[in-house]
Ligand binder design. Structure first.
Ligand SMILES: [Zn+2]
Length: 176
């Protein structure tokens, strides 16, 4: 696999809808290994495949209890009750913005072993899963903000983009 790096806001891959995985094979497990390395390097808590330019419905996260990976995840139910909390994103660096998400969700997905799972999630877990599923649908936290907040954030970010060269995020050396 080619060396992968985190795509940042402005990269068209981040606005694409990713495709379902047809077979959970060792290519997918390799992809997950790559994603994990990149996520831990960047000290993120979650990463979706399109964030490294791979348009497949795969994401990973680690909320401090080890790596979890899901393939073809579907949120089959969302509570009407929402919560607003600050979120960050490795593709939209150095900002944290309040985002409203369903408090509870029900999820169906495949594990890296190809096993079907269905579970309920709430709190941070529900938030992370909704954030990552958004990535698979080409939606960024910026797209979930009000117009005014978005404008303000983009102004902050354009200042940031001028001072930090893109190359600085390519911290990973060659991979495989
Ligand atoms: Zn993100």
């Amino acid at each position: 696999m080619a060396v992968l790096s985190i795509r940042r806001f402005g990269d068209p891959a981040l606005n694409e809808k990713s495709l379902p995985v047809r077979e959970v094979d060792h290519g997918i497990r390799d992809l997950i290994k790559n994603l994990a390395e990149i996520m831990y390097d960047a000290q993120g808590i979650g990463l979706a495949a399109p964030q490294v330019g791979v348009l497949k419905r795969v994401f990973i996260f680690d909320l401090g209890e080890g790596l979890v990976s899901y393939i073809n995840p579907e949120i089959v139910w969302r509570s009407k009750k929402t919560e607003e909390e600050e979120e960050g994103c490795l593709s939209v660096p150095d900002i944290k913005v309040p985002i409203k998400r369903s408090e509870k969700i029900k999820v169906r997905a495949l594990t890296p072993e190809g096993k079907k799972v269905e579970f309920r999630a709430e709190g941070l877990l529900a938030r992370v899963i909704q954030h990552e599923v958004d990535h698979l649908d080409g939606i960024l936290i910026l797209d979930r903000m009000s117009k005014a907040e978005r404008r303000k954030t983009l102004q902050q970010m354009s200042g940031f983009a001028q001072t930090v060269p893109q190359q600085e995020i390519l911290r990973r050396g060659s991979h495989d």
